[in-house]
Design a protein around this ligand. Sequence first.
Ligand SMILES: *Cc1c(COP(=O)(O)O)cnc(C)c1O
Length: 359
Amino acid sequence: MIYENYTILTPGPVKMSDRTLTLGAKQVPYFRNQPFSDVVLGCESLLLEMVNSPSGSRAVFLTASGTAGMESVVMNLLDSDDNALVINGGTFGQRFVHICNQYDIPSKEINPNKGNLSDIDQCVDGSKYSACLVNAHETSIGLLYDLEAIGKFCHKHNMLNIVDAISMFTTDKLDMTTQFIDVVIMSSQKGLALPPGLTVIILSPNAIEKLNNIRGLYFNFKQYLKDGERGQTPYTPAVSIIIQLYDRLTQIKEDGGIEQTIKNAFDCSFYFRDKIKHLPLSLNTDFPSNGLTALTMNSNHGAKKLLSFLEEKYKIIACPNGGELSDILFRVSHMGFVNKTDMEKLIEALEDFFNSESE
Ligand SMILES: *Cc1c(COP(=O)(O)O)cnc(C)c1O
């Protein structure tokens, strides 16, 4: 494969563990039986525990990419009687705006202008809204919102708090109970470090009570919850990814729990940011997540050249940005199985790049 022996620092797919890779090479088993049901039920209970969900919460396992998780949550939980507040601070916030428009959900977007919304209760009149949609980590710019403040705000104004945690589950703190979260969306190919194809939606009892009777078939959460009671899904799931998920969650527990996994990401990102202070690069945000470092070129150009240099000379794959920022901004992921050694390798390569540029 092309990326064998590469250092993979993209925010999805991320570097997977040898355990995950080994499982992925096995024959996919039949799944309408008790052994597979036990795996699904095991995944659900481990996930509910790791996000500290309120008792009575449930998980929906959808075979689809993360965007389907976002879209299906809007389909199942919002309707024309709602008024949704959408936090739009980048590409993924824009996607929620787009989805609400597609389904004619009354909504208003706010642009936090690179702030983390710790002051949301002062800036927004919460009494006007029935739900809040936020991408906890706006992956396009590496910004982590203040989930505590947003949760309190939603709780105070009785809003349904819908959190896309796709790029921060396992790297930053996520707690449905203390952060007053009703819905969590996660996806296999980010911090969970699995292949793409599985998205999981966790619903609090409050969200379960609000589920719509939707017209669609594949994305009908009520059916997933019903079949999920016995550890099954209505349609063929991504069987192998669910098996890998169970193993990964077990591994997280063995390695000291979700807190330890978050700490590893913190250590890795802190180390990296500390060691590149002498380079002509700036952090793109004052509120970086532990899962990603987004960097701006101080010279305002050259990001594309830098990324090609890293790939060609060092076999390091960092992540470009799209659109206007493509030559200014680039991103380094700390999700999955990357460690300080990978960061050291990257730092050395960055030093080499800027030395060769100044010659
Ligand atoms: C990656 C990501 C998604 C999902 O993208 P897909 O390509 O559909 O898997 C959604 N939200 C955020 C914040 C993400 O980082």
